[in-house]
Design a protein around this ligand. Structure first.
Ligand code: ADP
Ligand code: ADP
Length: 223
């Protein structure tokens, strides 16, 4: 089967992580989650983590020189040779251009950019109720509660609230999204790569819409 290289785009809290995990396992694609990679670096206390932490806590983007090489190295790994789902990267035009250059060098193409759209008011509700496991599994107090309150369904570890899921930081992150990330919508739309999804539908409905679109992309690619 031909490779499938996908980007998940959308504001914080749109459901990229929820859908990305399902999509990558469904389609057997490498799942590259920038936020998880950065949070792991912060937990380990690595040089990168120490540098990234302040930006993340403030809801700002970590500087490109720390992020771009880190993510492109993942894209080049063998496990992404059959395709990938990029979640949280690119987040500005410079990162989009760096990804294009890296893919061109590898003789590879992007197949689709999946934009999950959710209005700002709903985002605040989503992120205030988000809880995550240490391994990155995603829950919501109201919309996707765990089977046992406060515990991960798979390994029973305690669920936590991310430091940056506080009202002030959420608003800051939304501002950063509109200013720096949203220009990527036009960047990919003008190349015919963009596919839009209404992220306010249920998790299962969004998943179904994405699955249908991705099947079509696979078909188009094989013609
Ligand atoms: P969400 O899933 O809520 O959109 P992420 O987990 O993707 O949030 O990102 C959390 C934080 O990690 C961001 O606010 C930012 O500080 C940093 N980050 C994630 N991806 C990038 C990126 N591509 N470039 C710069 N910083 C990033
Ligand atoms: P992102 O990765 O874009 O930041 P997440 O996948 O982490 O978004 O989702 C943010 C929060 O919203 C989580 O608590 C998640 O359980 C919840 N969520 C995700 N998709 C939906 C949906 N379609 N309807 C209701 N809640 C959702």
């Amino acid at each position: 089967m031909a490779e499938l290289n996908l980007i998940l785009l959308g504001p914080p809290g749109a459901g990229k992580g929820t859908q990305g995990e399902r999509l990558a396992s469904d389609q057997s694609l490498a799942y590259i989650v920038t936020g998880d990679i950065l949070r792991a670096a912060v937990r380990e206390g690595s040089d990168l983590g120490l540098k990234a932490k302040g930006f993340m806590d403030a809801g700002e983007l970590v500087p490109d020189e720390l992020v771009i090489d880190l993510i492109l190295e993942r894209v080049r790994r063998d496990d992404a040779a059959d395709g990938f789902v990029l979640d949280g990267f690119p987040r500005n035009i410079a990162q989009g251009e760096a990804l294009d250059a890296a893919l061109a060098e590898l003789g590879r193409d992007l197949n689709g950019v999946l934009l999950i759209d959710v209005a700002d008011e709903e985002i605040v509700r989503r992120l205030s109720g988000r809880r995550v496991s240490a391994s990155g599994r995603i829950y919501h107090l109201e919309f996707s509660p765990p089977q046992v309150e406060g515990k991960d369904d798979v390994d029973g570890s305690p669920l936590i609230q991310r430091d940056d899921d506080q009202p002030d930081t959420i608003r800051k992150r939304l501002g950063v999204y509109h200013e720096q990330t949203e220009p990527l919508v036009e960047y990919y739309e003008s190349r015919g790569l963009l596919r839009r999804f209404d992220g306010t539908a249920s998790v299962e409905e969004v998943e179904g819409h994405i699955r249908k679109t991705v099947s079509t992309l696979r078909l188009e690619d094989s013609i």
